[in-house]
Design a protein around this ligand. Structure first.
Ligand code: HEM
Length: 559
C-alpha cells in the first residue's frame, strides 16, 4: 500500500516531474534559446547598432560633404597672416595673376590683405560670373578712390550697386551714349582726327624725324572727349591754379586710380596712408571739383546769354548740344527727388572723361605699336583703305564700314591689349556657389580679360601673336559678351562698359587716317620695339611710342 501509494505518489510525482519536465523541457528549450539569444543578442545588437550607426554616419557624412562642397573655396595659394597673398602680386598685376592661374586654375581664390578675392581667367568661367550670375556681381567695393576722387561713390564706375548707380547708368546709356547722340558728334571726331594729322604733318615738315605718337594720340583722345562733354578743348592754363593744367590733373587722377592703396586691403593701416595715395587722391579730387564747377558755371552763363539772344530774335541755328548741356536740360526739366544735381553732373563728367579718354588712347597707341612691328600688316591695311577711298580723298566715318581688315586690326588690338585688363573690381552682393565653389558675399571679383584674350585653348598656339587675319572669316565678333565670351575688352553684363559705341569709331577713324596719309617707320629692327606695359588703370605703353612719318599721298589734305 505504502509502496502503491508510494508508487502512486511516485507515479504522480513522476507525472508531475514528467509534466514539470515537459514544461521544464520546454522551459529549458526556451531558457536555452533565451540563453543562446542572450549570448547571440549582444552580437546581433552590436551588429544592428553598427549597421544603424554606419548608415547614420554615411548619411551625415554625405550631408556634411555636400555642405563642405558648398562651402569649398576655389583653389589658391596659401595666404600669410595679415598680408594674405599680397606678396605674390607683382606688377603689372594681370601678368602675375595670369601666372598664378596657370597653377591654380581658372577660378582662383586669393586673400588680398583681409579681402577675399576671386580671380577668373577663362572664357567659360567668365561667362558663369558675368552672365549666369551677373546680378550677383554688380557691386563695386568701397575703396578710397571712390570716396576721394569719385564724389563719395557717386561716379558710376565706382558706385556700389543701388538706386543711384541704376539712375546714373540709365542716363549714361539712354541719354548720353545713345546711337543718335554719338552720331551727333561725328563732325567733332572727324575734325579732331584731321587736326592730329595736320599737327603730325607740320611737325614732320619742321624736320622732326621721330614724332611722339603717344603724345599726339593722347591729345586726340582728350580733345575729342572734352569737345563732346563741354564743346571745348582745354589748354594747360585752364585750371587757373599754379598746377600744370588739366592734362597734369588727368595724369594724376590716372596714377592714383591705377596705384595700389594698401589701406583698401589692410583696413587698420588705412589711417596711416603709408603710400600717401589718399592724400594725393584728396588733392586731385579737389582740383577736379574746382575745374568741373567752373565748367558748369560757364555752361550756365552761356545758356543764359543764349536765352537772352533768343528773346531778341538773334538766335543762331541750334548747335549740337554737348553732354553737360544735355545734363543741365535734364536737371532743369526734372523736379523729382532723384533729380540730377550739380554733384551728379560732375560725377558723370569724370566718368566719361576718365573712362573714355584713357581707353581710346591706349587702344590706338597699342594698335600703332603692333602695326609698326608688322610692316606687312600695315601695308595690307593701307591697301584696303586705298581700295575704298583712293589716294585723293580723306577718310570719313561713313567709309569705315567698308574696311573689314581695319575692323580686324582693332579687334586684334583689343584682344591683346584690353584697356582695363582686370575689369574694374566688382563685388558679390550676396553669397553664391559657382562650379561647386562657395563665393561669400562681399568677395572681390577680378576677371583677367588680358589672360582670356591670350588663352591658347581659345585662340590657338599663336594666341600671343598679332594676327588680325584670324578675324577675317568671322561675320561678327562679339566684344561685349552678348553671344560668346571669347573676348571681353569692354567687360560684360550690367557693369559692362557703356562707352564702347563711342570708342570704336574714334579708334577706327584715327587709325585709318594715320595709315592712309603716312607711312611709318621706327629706328632699328621693328620686331624689337619695346612693348612693355606700364602699370596703371588702363595699361598704356611704358615707353612713349616714337615713329617717323613720311607722306604717302600726293598731297596732305590737312596741309
Ligand atoms: C577702347 C575704349 C574702352 C575700353 C577698352 C573700356 C573698357 C572698360 C571696362 C573693361 C570696363 C569695366 C567693365 C566691367 O567691370 O565689366 C569699363 C567700364 C566703364 N566704362 Fe569703359 N572702356 C572704353 C571706353 C569708354 C568710353 C568711351 C566711355 C564713356 C564715354 C567709358 C565709360 C565707362 C564707364 C562709365 C564704366 C563703368 C560702368 C559701370 O560701372 O556701370 N568707357 N570700361
Amino acid at each position: 500500500m505504502a509502496i502503491d501509494e508510494t508508487s502512486k505518489g511516485m507515479a504522480s510525482s513522476t507525472d508531475r516531474l514528467t509534466a514539470r519536465m515537459s514544461w521544464q523541457g520546454h522551459n529549458n528549450w526556451f531558457n536555452m534559446a533565451f540563453h543562446n539569444l542572450l549570448q547571440t543578442v549582444p552580437g546581433t545588437l552590436t551588429a544592428a547598432a553598427i549597421g544603424v550607426l554606419t548608415v547614420a554616419f554615411l548619411f551625415f557624412w554625405i550631408l556634411q560633404k555636400r555642405r563642405w562642397n558648398s562651402c569649398r573655396s576655389p583653389p589658391g595659394p596659401y595666404p600669410w597672416p595679415i598680408i594674405g597673398n599680397l606678396h605674390q602680386l607683382r606688377l603689372p598685376a594681370h601678368r602675375s595673376l595670369g601666372d598664378l592661374a596657370q597653377k591654380y586654375g581658372p577660378i582662383m581664390f586669393l586673400r588680398l590683405g583681409s579681402v577675399p578675392t576671386v580671380v577668373v581667367s577663362s572664357s567659360e568661367t567668365a561667362k558663369q560670373f558675368l552672365k549666369t550670375h551677373d546680378s550677383i556681381f554688380t557691386g563695386r567695393p568701397l575703396m578710397a578712390a571712390g570716396k576721394y576722387l569719385g564724389y563719395n561713390y557717386k561716379v558710376i564706375a565706382m558706385a556700389p550697386c543701388g538706386d543711384h548707380w541704376r539712375q546714373m547708368r540709365k542716363i549714361c546709356v539712354s541719354e548720353l551714349l545713345s546711337a543718335k547722340r554719338i552720331d551727333s558728334f561725328k563732325d567733332v571726331r572727324e575734325e579732331e582726327v584731321s587736326a592730329m594729322i595736320s599737327s603730325i604733318w607740320e611737325e614732320s615738315q619742321r624736320g622732326t624725324r621721330a614724332v611722339n605718337m603717344s603724345k599726339a594720340i593722347s591729345a586726340l583722345a582728350n580733345n575729342i572727349i572734352w569737345r563732346i562733354l563741354a564743346s571745348r578743348k582745354f589748354s594747360d592754363n585752364d585750371l587757373g591754379d599754379n598746377s600744370k593744367g588739366p592734362k597734369d590733373l588727368v595724369s594724376e587722377i590716372s596714377a592714383t586710380l591705377g596705384g595700389f592703396n594698401i589701406g583698401d586691403f589692410i583696413p587698420y593701416l588705412d589711417w596711416l596712408d603709408l603710400q600717401g595715395i589718399k592724400g594725393r587722391m584728396k588733392k586731385a579730387g579737389r582740383r577736379f571739383d574746382a575745374f568741373a564747377e567752373k565748367l558748369i558755371d560757364d555752361h550756365i552763363d552761356h545758356r543764359r546769354a543764349a536765352k537772352t539772344l533768343n528773346g531778341q530774335g538773334d538766335a543762331e541755328a541750334e548747335p549740337v548740344k554737348d553732354l553737360v548741356d544735355v545734363l543741365l536740360d535734364m536737371a532743369e526739366a526734372d523736379k523729382s527727388e532723384t533729380k540730377i544735381t550739380r554733384e551728379k553732373i560732375k560725377a558723370i563728367v569724370l566718368d566719361i572723361f576718365g573712362g573714355g579718354a584713357a581707353g581710346t588712347f591706349t587702344t590706338i597707341e597699342w594698335a600703332m605699336s603692333e602695326l609698326l612691328r608688322h610692316p606687312h600688316t600695315m601695308k595690307r591695311l593701307q591697301e584696303e583703305i586705298e581700295s575704298v577711298i583712293g589716294k585723293h580723298l580723306k577718310v570719313n566715318e561713313s567709309d569705315l564700314v567698308s574696311m573689314k581688315y581695319l575692323q580686324c586690326v582693332v579687334k586684334e588690338t583689343l584682344r591683346l591689349y584690353p584697356a582695363g585688363p582686370l575689369t574694374l573690381p566688382r563685388e558679390s552682393v550676396e553669397a553664391v556657389t559657382i562650379a561647386g565653389y562657395y563665393i561669400p558675399k562681399k568677395t572681390l571679383l577680378m576677371v583677367n580679360l588680358w589672360a582670356i584674350g591670350r588663352d591658347p585653348n581659345l585662340w590657338g598656339a599663336d594666341a600671343s601673336e598679332f594676327k588680325p587675319e584670324r578675324f577675317m572669316k568671322e561675320q561678327y565678333i562679339d566684344l561685349i559678351g552678348q553671344s560668346d565670351f571669347k573676348m571681353l575688352p569692354f567687360g560684360a553684363g550690367r557693369r559692362g562698359c557703356p562707352g564702347y559705341p563711342m570708342a570704336i569709331p574714334i579708334v577706327e577713324l584715327a587709325l585709318a587716317q594715320l595709315l592712309h596719309v603716312f607711312d611709318w617707320r621706327v629706328e632699328g629692327d621693328p620686331s624689337q620695339l619695346d612693348m612693355k606695359e606700364a602699370c596703371g588703370a588702363s595699361m598704356p605703353r611704358q615707353v612713349p611710342l616714337s615713329s617717323s612719318p613720311s607722306l604717302r599721298l600726293p598731297t596732305c589734305y590737312c596741309a
